[in-house]
Design a protein around this ligand. Sequence first.
Ligand SMILES: Cc1cc2nc3c(=O)[nH]c(=O)nc-3n(C[C@H](O)[C@H](O)[C@H](O)COP(=O)(O)OP(=O)(O)OC[C@H]3O[C@@H](n4cnc5c(N)ncnc54)[C@H](O)[C@@H]3O)c2cc1C
Length: 825
Amino acid sequence: MKKILIVGGVAGGATAAARLRRLSEDDQIIMFERDEYISFANCGLPYYIGNVIKDRDDLLVQTVEGMSERFNLDIRNFSEVVDINRAEKTVTVKKVKTGDTYQESYDVLILSPGAKPIFPPIDGIKEASNLFVLRNIPDTDAIYRFIETKKPKTAVVVGGGFIGVEMAENLTERGIKVTLVEKLPQVLAPLDFEMAQIVHHELNAHGIDLVLGDGLLSFANNGRTINLESGKSVETELIILSIGVVPENTLAKKADLLVGPRGHIAVTSKLEALDLNTNQVVEGIYAIGDAIQVKDFVTNTDTAIALAWPANRQGRIVADIIHGADLQYNGSMGTSVLKVFNLTVATTGNNQRVAEMKKIPVQAIHAHRNNHASYYPGATNIDFKLVYNPETLEILGAQAIGQSGTEKRIDVIATAIKLKAKVTQLSDLELAYAPPFSSAKDPVNILGYIAENVVAGHYKVAYVQQVEDLRKQGALFLDVRTPIEFETGSIPGAFNLEVDQLRQNLHLLGESKDTPIVVNCQVGLRAYVAIMMLKNLGYTNLYNLSGGYSTYKAYKYELNSSSIGLTKSNKVDETTGMTKGILSDKSKIVDVSGLQCPGPLMETYKAVQDLYEGEGVKVIATDPGFAADVQAWTKTNGHELLSLNLEGNKYVAEIVKGKKTTQEHSTMSQENATIVLFSGELDKALASMIIAQGAAAQGKKVSIFFTFWGLNALRKDMNVPTKKNLIERMFGFMMPRGANKLPLSSMNMLGIGPKMIKGLMKHKNVDQLPIMIKNAQDLGIKFIACQMSMDLMGIKHEELIDGVEIGGVGTYIANNENVGTTLFI
Ligand SMILES: Cc1cc2nc3c(=O)[nH]c(=O)nc-3n(C[C@H](O)[C@H](O)[C@H](O)COP(=O)(O)OP(=O)(O)OC[C@H]3O[C@@H](n4cnc5c(N)ncnc54)[C@H](O)[C@@H]3O)c2cc1C
C-alpha cells in the first residue's frame, strides 16, 4: 500500500487520481485543491460567459462528493499545499478558509498545479476595477457577474492567444463591442502570418477591431483607459487580460526542484522531478500538466505546452509508472483546435516561423480544398499549410482553417507525425470517403501529392512573402486564371494568360526559357498544370506560387478593412444592455438558405420593394457573401440594417425599408450601368446577368447591349419561321439557339462542360441562365439588341425572346448617359 498525495485537482491531478484507484484498491490517495472546485471544464469557461453554455452546473464535470465516492478518494478542497519537506517526505497543507496548517506524509507526491495567468506589474493595473483574468470558476463568476450588473457595451481583450480569441468571440456574442490588442503582428501564434490573416478577417467581419503589433503600456482612469506602447489609447468598460500563462512553480522552487528557463518544472521522460543542484531524479516526486517542461515531439527540443491533452495523458501515464509500468511520456506536439465564429482553426506541430527559428530546414506548401465533394450540397473550403523538412521529409507541422472537417484533417496529420510518417506517405493514406464527407482524394492526400511534386523537383515553390523579392530579381508573374477571375483581383504586375490559351501564346512569355516565371492560379492546381506544360516545353525556372491568389489575397488583407461586421444592432435594450429583438413577430421572413450569389440579394431586394416605408423584413441566408452584400446594399439604398447576426451557419439580417426608394436613390446617384455583351459564351453571359442584377439591386438603372455573338443568348430556343437567305439560314443553323445552348469559353469539351456547369448550378441552387435573364428583365434591366449585328448575322426580331428592344448605337448612347460603369464582356 502506498500513500499518494496529489497537488491540484483539475485536469492532470483528477485524471491521475482516478487512474491510480483503478490500478489499486489498496493505495491511500489524497488530492489537495486550493479552490472550491475540482475537475471542472476549464475549456468551457469562455462559452459560459458567452451564454453558449447556459447552465453553470454543466461546467462542473465532477463534484468533490461524487468523485470521492466513486473512486474512494480523500479529496480536500480549499486546501493549499504550501511546502514540501523532501527529507521527511511530508507536505505542509494550509486550510484556505481558516489559515490553519498541518503536515501530511507521503510515499509518492504528484504535482499538477497548472499555470496561472500573467499579471504584469504595470501602472494602474491594481486600480483597474474592470480588469479580469480567466483561469477558473471564480474568475468566470466574476466576469459573468460584471457583465450582468454593469452591462458593459465595450471591452478590450488584451492578448490574442486561444483564450483571448475565445473571449473576444464570446463577449461579442453578448452584444459587447470588442477591441483585441496583441503585441505580436498577429493573433494565434501557432499559425503562420498568412494563415492568421484569415482569422483576422473573420474577427473583423464579426465586428471585432484588431490592434496588432502594439503592446500594453499602462492603465489609467481605474481601467477605463488602456495606454499602448505606440502612444495610442483605448477607452473601455471591461478588460480581459489574457497575455499568457506562467507555470505554478512556487512549491517546486521552494522544494529545490529543477525548473527550466521559463520556470517550468523539469522532469524525466518518466515524469520524475529533478533536484536543482544535482540534476538527479528526486525519489517519489512526479510532476505533470501545464506546470512542466516537456520535449517537443517533432524537434526533441525543450518546450512547454499548456493544453488539456498532454495534462490528461500525463495524468494517466504517471499513475501507470507509479504502479511499475515501463512507460514514458514521448513529448507534446501542441495539437489544438479553436472555434473562431464561423471558422475552425486547427494546428499541430511546428509552424514555418518556429521551424526557421530553430534553424530546421523547412519547406512549406499550401492548399485550398473543399471539405467534401463539391457537387454534394454544402461543401466549404479549408485552407491548409503543411511544413516539412525537405532533407529528411519529416512532417514538422500543419495548419488548417475552414469549417466542418477541418480538425479531422489536422488529426490525421498529427497521427502521421506521431507515427513518424514521411510527408510523401500522406498521399498513400487510405481515408474514408463518400460525397457528404470527403473526396476520393482527401485534402490530406492532396497535401501529400503536392509534396511529392515538390520533392520530385517538378517546380520550385514561391511563398507569397517572396513576391517582392522575386519581382526585383526580374521574375515574370504569370496568372493562368480566367480573365474574369483575374479582374476580381490579381498580383500587381501579373500578366494574365489563361491556362488553356498558354500553348498558343508562348511568344508572350519572351524569348528566354530561363527567365524566372512565377505561375499562379486561384489555389495552385491550374498553375501546376501550366508549369508542367511549360517544363515539358523547355522552360527551366518555374515557380508555383504556394496557395495561389487565395493565399496572396489572405496575406495582403488590410486589418480592419472588412468592417462588413456581423455587428449586432446598435439598438441596445436599456434594461438588459443587450441588443433587442428588433422586428416584431409579424415581420416578414424571407428564407433564402441555400441560394447563392446573387440570389439572396435579389430576393432581399424584391422583399423590400413590397414593403411600406418603416416596415421590416428578416432575411435568412447561408451564402457567406450575403453578410457583406446586404450591408453595402442597405447603405447604398437608404434602408436601415437593424441587425446582422450569425445564427448557426445562417446569416440573419433585419432590414427596415428607408425613406429613399431605389428609384429616387438611383436618380440621385446618377450612377447607372451599361453592359455590352458581345460574347456568346455561357460563363460570360452568366457573369453579365449576375453583375447586372447586382447593379440593379444597388438602385442603378441598368441596360445590357447585346451585340454580335452575345445576341445568341437572346434567341428563343425553338425554330421560328422567318424569311432568310441561304447564308443567313446557314449562319442561324451554326449558331447556338438561345441561352440554354451556349458553350463555355473554356473546358467546353464538346458540350460536356456546359452540362457539368449546369448540373453544378442546379446542385448549388444557382439559377440557370434563362431564369437569370427573366429575373433581370423583371428587375427592369433594359435589354437592347444591336440592329447592325442582327443584320450582319441574319437574326430576326421574332427570333428573340420577348421584352427586347432593338436599337442601334444611338439607343446605346442614349442609355449610356449618366453611366458610372460600362462593362464590355
Ligand atoms: C479558459 C481556458 C480555456 C481552455 N481551453 C482549452 C481547450 O480548449 N483545449 C485545451 O487543450 N486546453 C484548454 N485549456 C488549457 C487546459 O485547461 C489546461 O492545459 C489543463 O487544465 C492543465 O491541467 P493541469 O492539471 O496542469 O492544471 P489545471 O487544470 O489548471 O489544474 C491545476 C489546479 O491546481 C490547483 N493548485 C495549484 N497550486 C496548488 C497548491 N499549491 N495546492 C493545491 N492546489 C493547487 C489550482 O487551483 C488548479 O485548480 C484552457 C484553459 C483555460 C483556462
